[in-house]
Design a protein around this ligand. Sequence first.
Ligand SMILES: [Zn+2]
Length: 144
Amino acid sequence: MFVWSVGRQLKRVPKGKKQTLQCGNCKQEASFYESTVDESFKAYMVLDLWKRSKRVMQCGECLGVCDYYSLYPEEKQAEEEAARKAEVERKQREQEEMQKRQDTEAKERARQQEESRKKYEANKARKDQEIDDELAQMKKKLGK
Ligand SMILES: [Zn+2]
C-alpha cells in the first residue's frame, strides 16, 4: 500500500467508507476514511477551469492517504469506463470548439478580404472620378 501525504486540499467524504488497515506509512492499525483531493487544472486552449477530485482513503493516525482504488479495485473498472466516456465526450467537444473557431476565423478572413476589396474599389472609383472631373475641367478651359 502506497501512502503519501497531502496538503489542505483534502476533504473527508461525509458518511464515506471506513476501513481498518495497517498503514503503509505509520505502520499502525488505523481506520482509513474515504476522502477526496481536489486537483485544479486549466484545459489546454480553453479557458474553462476543470476541477477534478481524486478519491483517496486517509489514515486516521498519520493522516497519510492512499489511493482509494487500491483498496476497492472493483469500483475502479466502472469509474474508468465512465471516465473514458467523459474523455471521449470532452475530446469531441474540443474538436467541435476547434472547428467552430476555424470556421469563425475563416469567415473573419473572408470578411476582411471583402472589406479591403471594397475599400480598394471605392478608392479606385474616387480616383477615377477625380480624373474625370479634372478632364472635364480641362475640356471646359480648352473649350472656352
Ligand atoms: Zn498512517
